[in-house]
Design a protein. Sequence first.
Length: 319
Amino acid sequence: MLGFDPKIFVQDAIEKIKTDVKGKVILAWSGGVDSTTVAALVNKAVGSRLLCVFVDTGFMRKNETEQMQELGKELKLNMKIVDAKEKFLSALKGVRDPEEKRKICGELFIKIFEKVAEDFGAEYLAQGTIAPDWIESGGGIRNRIKAHHNVGGLPEKMGLKLVEPLRDLYKDEVRNVGKALNIPKKIYTKQPFPGPGLAIRIVGEVTEEKVDIIREASFILEKEIEAAAEKGKIEIPWQYFAVLLPTKSVGVHGDVRAYGYTIVIRAVDSIDGMSAAYSKISHEILQKISTRITNVLKDKVTRVVYDITNKPPATIEFE
Ligand code: XMP
């Protein structure tokens, strides 16, 4: 948006929410930049009439649920954590198709939010939807590329009115709004993380074993990249994560054969996620990530590869 002023945006958005929203609100809170910015905005407008709901799908990154608890306290939010790990894992059993995974996760989210909304007596649902979400989900301008889960029919099915204050903004604008709202820097600079989480970073069927592998590999990758950035060796990429391929290949430890999965390192530079260039990470850093992943996940991961595809023609995520 030309001449976008985050402070003015915040004032206007709070006024608008105060005028439009009279009852209780639940927020689908993932802890990312978008939904945390919405949490802070709506909290300023309606206070304890807002309940921030974080669903632990089991597809979250390492220590994420604990970090959400801390963040909720820090931002003084009225919050609820729903443990839905088993529900999500069993619902995805045998499912391989990416859009099917999104549909199943989306439906489960609806069920959970429906129950929480009923218990809390909410009339409104707040969401961190931003412009690329509805544009890439087939918002009329382009072909539907992926059904980013926080766009699909949640409110119609739930009979809740929608509060989407960031709907017309792009990621970089949302970060500035988050900063203007004084949310912690680690949040407004946080990289995006998809709603279905690690489930769409496991290509093909999701199993508990694969979730454990990808969670550890992602953790190592994030730490190594962040450490390299802190030492000034690289600019932190816009998004950086691990993907697990179902392809198994032969490895060797000493003189013992191993047969494990393949991990892809994906790191991209972008402004809004609509297009992206793969990050030119040095071989030294890539090597470190590869060695640590194959040491820690010995026997489970025998190969690590680096994705050098831009968007387009690829998308950022594999699914
Ligand atoms: P793609 O893979 O479409 O990703 O190039 C663009 C941005 O969107 C994120 N993404 C998602 N976010 N639910 C979300 O909330 C989803 O299903 C989803 N799929 C992709 C992706 O991480 C990237 O930042």
